[in-house]
Design a protein around this ligand. Sequence first.
Ligand code: HEC
Length: 175
Amino acid sequence: MKSSLLLLAGGLMFASAYAGSPPAAPNLHQLMKDIVAPQTQVVWDIGNQAQDDEGRIVASKLKPADWTKIATAAGKVKQASQTLAQANHIMAAGPGQKIDGEGNPGSFGAKDVQKVLDANPKAFSAFAQQLASSMDEVIASAQSKDAAKLFDVSGRIDQVCEVCHLQFWYPNQKP
Ligand code: HEC
């Protein structure tokens, strides 16, 4: 009883703090590392199980629980992508956080990413929205348990990641 009241009070405090000030800028680095990369990997890994040794799609290899896992993972990536697509301001990384490759010659650090982000918010938002749409396709394929459709969209997601990384993370790298 006591603890649930405390929880409720905490929730109210959080809600009012949230209403009073604009939401904090999402931390891109954290979202990539904690959600986008690992959860998309779940979609890819489970989807790959639907292939036989010759690369043929065998839908029956995916069980109902697999489809549920795919839809859940895609839902998380979609939510993170939408957060990124809709934010007015994005934080490349948290204070003191180093991004992958930072410090290597020619590699971008968080400050470099921040500059490109601030200069091209519309392009960034459009790429993030594209990822959200791809995840919609994944979710739709899971709802209809359509392995061919899942295979098709899974193969295209890679490109969606890559175009955004090329512009915002390693623009110095030749494609
Ligand atoms: C809207 C743009 C955008 C899209 C789409 C995107 N990324 Fe990223 N991602 C970035 C940027 C910019 C960085 C580098 C800066 C950072 O880590 O904050 C990054 C960093 C990463 C990192 C490195 C994290 C680290 O340890 O430093 C991984 C892994 C990653 N992305 C995976 C993915 C995967 C997988 C996808 C597709 C499913 C994807 N990203 C889609 C913009 C994007």
